[in-house]
Design a binder for this molecule. Structure first.
Ligand SMILES: [Zn+2]
Length: 467
């Protein structure tokens, strides 16, 4: 009797185990969508003439709109209730304070942790200046400085509301990952712009680039396209004129949305700190590169995608970076007489701090974020204008057959200036440290910069279970 009972129990256990496996595999392979996704968009073109960011040489306000600017959001949740919201913006930068304010309000209002909100900007140079400290650096006339402050207040409200709308719009969805390629990004440190057409013809362009175009396709339960997220590692600096536009990324988004009017196209800026779109400076180049990127996305969409399933995890931490010390007082006092207005501005700022008994901090916490979509896609988002080496090293460090695809975004959560790797720092030049003259930081980063970023990334990878 006893043995029979045990036998029956064994049979039942075996039956239920088999049933569980069957149900489990049905859930992973059947047509049922395993995610929730919702999208939203809002126009963020400033009203009337405004002060533009991107080029220190600007001396007058904006003059008309070639293309509107947008902020777009996608909320993605797994079936355990874990949710991530990605916001992409046709903006030059996302300042640290603004990101912090948005993240605080989003946590309060929607209970979304900071680690689960990713803010990425396209770095278009044909949109508003929103770094308030630049008022004195660029001598922005009071009328436009006032407009800038009002714009930033309104932008914060708009982004918080946008996140709420994306969450409210969530419906059952499927995610698919695929990848294309576009070749217009050129390493601007290694190739003279004037030589690029010839070098390209001769196949002699040099220096690292990342021509990958990662694409995340989001469809609803009926197979209708909801969103197309796509990335590219290249400055949005085709134009330097005074008309509003999202630059090549704005046109790529526009072209994709024209082809798929039911969907929202979102551009995620990659590690393009040292990459320029070439050739450039004519409106036809906006269309040319926008079209090339949109075509790369379409080609990717036509290829066999990788189905993205599983659960969602995200982690965020500050990489503890350090700056080199600023010049001594004697040098600073000479620099306030410099012919270079930016050098004067910077020396005055540092002397002002010293005279007020304050120190200019040599520490900087750089946000590094990882979002893991099941076992299929890992999105790494690094702050600052990170140079392309960060993407290449990340992809070389975490390569595994059958492991998740790796997508590296830069310009996320805090765009303070350039983030060089050790190589670029040592080489010097604009991205290596020269740009620091436009910031309130004491000096270039120390030689620990790259390792600190990767130590932090390593920790985050372990946190999301993907070391
Ligand atoms: Zn830049």
């Amino acid at each position: 009797m006893m043995n029979d009972k045990i036998e029956i129990r064994r049979c039942l256990i075996a039956f239920f185990a088999l049933a569980a496996v069957t149900v489990g595999s049905a859930a992973s392979f059947a047509a049922e969508p395993s995610w929730l996704a919702g999208v939203a968009r809002t126009k963020i073109t400033p009203d009337g003439p405004y002060w533009m960011g991107g080029y220190a040489s600007r001396t007058r306000p904006s003059d008309g709109t070639l293309q509107d600017l947008h902020a777009k959001a996608i909320a993605v949740a797994d079936n355990e209730g874990s949710r991530v919201v990605i916001v992409t913006m046709d903006l030059l930068v996302i300042p640290r304070n603004l990101a912090a304010a948005i993240k605080r309000r989003v946590l309060d209002k929607y209970k979304l942790p900071h680690s689960h909100l990713l803010l990425n900007c396209s770095h278009t140079h044909c949109g508003p200046e929103i770094r308030l400290y630049r008022e004195s650096l660029h001598n922005i006339p009071p009328l436009y400085a006032g407009k800038m402050r009002e714009y930033v207040v309104r932008l914060e409200d708009q982004i918080v509301q946008l996140v709420g709308e994306a969450i409210a719009n969530q419906v059952p969805a499927r995610l698919n990952y695929t990848q294309g390629e576009a070749a217009f990004a050129v390493n601007r440190r290694n190739n003279r712009a004037a030589d690029v057409p010839r070098l390209r013809r001769e196949g002699k362009l040099i220096g690292p680039s990342d021509h990958a175009v990662p694409v995340l396709k989001v469809t609803d339960s009926k197979g209708r396209l909801q969103a197309i997220l796509f990335g590219y590692a290249c400055h949005n600096t085709v134009m330097s004129f005074n008309q509003t536009s999202g630059d090549y990324a704005g046109f790529a988004q526009q072209y994709i949305e024209e082809k798929h009017p039911e969907a929202i196209a979102m551009f995620v800026m990659g590690a393009g700190g040292d990459q320029n779109p070439l050739p450039r400076r004519e409106v036809k180049h906006l269309h040319q590169h926008g079209r090339a990127l949109a075509d790369a996305v379409e080609a990717a969409l036509a290829s066999q995608p990788r189905s993205v399933t599983g659960s969602l995890r995200a982690a965020l931490a500050d990489a503890p970076l350090e700056f080199q010390p600023h010049a001594d007082r004697q040098t600073l006092e000479k620099q306030v007489e410099s012919k270079n207005q930016y050098q004067r501005w910077k020396a005055n700022f540092i002397l002002g701090e010293l005279n007020a008994g304050r120190r200019v901090s040599r520490k900087y916490g750089l946000p590094v974020q990882v979002v893991k979509f099941g076992d299929d896609l890992l999105l790494v988002a690094i702050g600052g204008e990170c140079v392309v080496d960060y993407a290449l090293r990340t992809k070389a460090t975490y390569p595994r057959d059958g492991g998740p695809a790796i997508w590296v975004a830069g310009y996320s959560n805090d765009v303070f200036g350039y983030l060089p790797t050790l190589r670029v720092l040592k080489e010097g030049g604009y991205e290596g440290g020269g740009h620091m003259i436009y910031t309130k930081f004491p000096g270039p980063f120390t030689e620990t910069v790259e390792e600190r970023v990767f130590e932090t990334l390593d920790r985050l990878m372990r946190e999301v279970g993907d070391e």
